[in-house]
Design a protein around this ligand. Structure first.
Ligand code: G6P
Length: 612
């Protein structure tokens, strides 16, 4: 969602900014723009993709070694050229890019209008840049001070970068609630919403904290102050990801690459944490919180989207294996319903990006109420990773495809490790059985590898059903969240309406939808309630529904009932979600490709949802 890139240094800014915007495309956007400073400010913007911006600026004045660039995901005003960023102040002296929402912009706009300001766009951002200009002129203060005073009047969330024609080497940036990373090079600075546009130039980064203002002047040290005017010492961190991880590596799409990376990403999320020979599980990040977890009144898992589905699998894992009560909440609901939380509750926040606005707000709320907050994040140094008391990274590597795949299986893997570790401390599982469970978990990456070699079936199924309008996904127990996740994948990238349901609940509504045109995906591998699922399959078959079933290798009963089966290797019940979710990712992928959809950047969606 909205991408920021900025540069000041000795190189030409324009190619760095365009490449940076391309690296941020995965976040989701609908217009793009760039401002370059070369004596005066040159601003160009277009509706649509970065490639359209590139064509539009081809023969324009593109000189300048300082500039800002932006991809916008519309919040205020429709996605068009007028509302695209950068926005400039009335004198055209200041240019700004902004992620987030200024909630009190209507009041601020009225005040500025009364003072003679005119606005060209419908955006809250144009109000902010004029507020800064108004303060700078009327209070006769330097630009950084004007930014500080303006931000004290602002209610809402922002990550902003400003340039001024009076400061040819300086960028001013600030954040609250929306991420911003500073890259420190040799005689040059970079700024971006996340580290992906920065990695190829420098590994030294500073993640700005909320209410911090950064002043980046070429040839000088990075200066950081707070909006209450306190100086901060920049904390420089080293980026761990490599450039090659941000490329497609020969695959047609990032999503496909990420699906096929899962044997590696699952292994990486267990690396150094699981020893199937000694029976040792060690999650260094949460070691000091293990007692708190086993003594917790309950664990509350908060998350959004796919991460919420991983949380649902977590509920089954913690309750089944570690016998700790769990509730799973949508962060967006939790934060507004005055939840009852106490000091003996432990919150686990799950987020791939570590930047989801609702999850962050839910964490802040629970923190105020005294709960312990642990995080499961993929992006190192992200906001959620920093505001939680402790946590475990998933180590899946950068996930660029908007539809989450490898991050989901890595989240489930980390939750599995946590549940097993707590079971070990509590002694809820006999030692011999515990060792079997660990050994089977250790074999999962290998089984995922085998499963991914089994190509063809999902593509054939996609060919058959690519033109339908509806899909139903059904599963029970551990596989109910898998059904939800399978349906979400399909709707996200192929735009086919799909619903996930607990298989037995079908009788209470969805069964009315079933006729010969309705494909129903059953997650039906061998486990405790296999026979019950077989009965549910019979119910669909009796009404002529088309049956696609995920089954355990060698299954014959479901094979005789289903139109199509997809086999997965046999495993323990608690590990089925990791295996069963993968063919569903592939099915959604092939459906989207065959329908001509933009797999990696589906319409209207954003990878990182930094507004509520
Ligand atoms: C967006 C993404 C989803 C993701 C959700 C939560 O909707 O498109 O793929 O599951 O946000 O994101 P998080 O980064 O918190 O896991």
């Amino acid at each position: 969602m909205c991408g920021i890139v900025a540069y000041t240094g000795y190189k030409q800014a324009h190619p760095i900014l365009i490449k940076g915007l391309q690296r941020l495309e995965y976040r989701g956007y609908d217009s793009a723009g760039i401002s370059l400073l070369d004596g005066k400010v040159y601003t160009y913007k277009t509706k649509g993709k970065v490639s359209e911006l590139e064509s539009f600026i081809k023969n324009k004045h593109l000189k300048g070694s300082l500039g800002i660039a932006h991809t916008r995901w519309a919040t205020h005003g429709e996605p068009n050229q007028k509302n695209a960023h950068p926005h400039f102040s009335q004198t055209k002296s200041l240019s700004i890019i902004h992620n987030g929402i200024i909630e009190n912009y209507v009041t601020l706009k009225e005040e500025l209008t009364a003072r003679g300001y005119l606005f060209e766009s419908d955006t809250d951002t144009e109000v902010l840049v004029n507020l800064i200009e108004d303060i700078r002129i009327n209070e006769k203060v330097l630009l950084d001070e004007a930014v500080r005073i303006a931000l004290c009047q602002v209610v809402g969330a922002y990550a902003i970068v400003i340039l001024s024609d009076e400061h040819p080497n300086t960028l001013i940036a600030a954040r609250k609630g929306s991420p911003l990373v500073v890259g420190i090079g040799d005689d040059e600075f970079f700024l971006a919403s996340d580290a992906t546009p920065i990695i190829e130039y420098t590994k030294n980064v500073v993640y700005l904290e909320d209410e911090e203002i950064a002043i980046l002047t070429r040839g000088e040290e990075l200066k950081i102050t707070t909006i209450t005017n306190q100086e901060k010492t920049p904390y420089i961190q080293k980026l761990e990801w490599n450039l090659s991880e941000l490329e497609k590596g020969g695959y047609d799409h990032f999503m496909l690459k990420e699906i096929y990376e899962q044997p590696r990403s699952i292994r990486d999320s267990m690396r150094g944490r699981l020893n199937p020979i000694t029976g040792n599980i060690s999650l260094g990040g949460i070691i000091d919180y293990e007692q708190k977890l086993i003594n917790a009144n309950r664990i509350i898992i908060i998350a959004c989207g796919t991460s919420w589905h991983a949380g649902l699998v977590g509920e089954y894992l913690f309750e089944d294996i570690a016998r700790i009560p769990v509730e799973v909440e949508y962060a967006s609901e939790f934060r507004y319903r005055n939840p009852i939380i106490g000091e003996n509750d432990v919150i686990i926040a799950i987020s791939q990006s570590g930047e989801t606005a609702d999850t962050l707000a839910a964490i802040e709320l629970a923190k105020k109420k005294g709960a312990t907050i642990l995080g499961i994040c993929n992006v190192v140094g992200s906001s959620i990773a920093r505001v939680t008391h402790a946590g475990s990274y998933t180590h899946a590597g950068p996930e660029i495809g908007v539809a989450s795949t490898k991050a989901f299986t890595a989240q489930v893997t980390v939750l599995t490790l946590m549940a097993l570790r707590l079971a070990q401390i509590k002694g809820t599982i006999p030692k011999a059985r515990f060792m079997q469970m660990l050994q089977e978990l250790d074999r999962i990456p290998e089984k995922v590898e085998r499963l991914l070699q089994n190509n063809g079936t999902t593509e054939i199924i996609a060919q058959k059903y690519k033109d339908v309008n509806n899909f139903l996904y059904l599963g029970r127990g551990y596989n109910f969240p898998v059904a939800l996740e399978g349906a979400l994948k399909l709707k996200e990238i192929s735009y086919i309406h799909a619903e996930g349901y607990p298989a037995a609940e079908m009788k209470h509504g969805p069964i009315a939808l079933i006729d010969e045109n309705m494909p129903v995906v059953f997650i039906a591998p061998h486990h405790g309630i296999y026979e019950k699922v077989v009965s549910n399959i019979q119910e669909v078959k009796a009404r002529k529904g088309k049956i696609i079933a995920i089954v355990t290798e060698g299954d014959t009963i479901v094979r005789n009932l289903a139109d199509y089966v997809i086999e997965i290797p046999a495993t323990e019940e608690f590990l089925i979600p990791i295996l069963a979710s993968i063919p569903l990712q592939k099915l959604a992928y092939h459906m989207a490709v065959l329908r001509g959809c933009n797999v990696d950047m589906p319409r209207n969606l954003a990878k990182s949802v930094t507004v509520e």
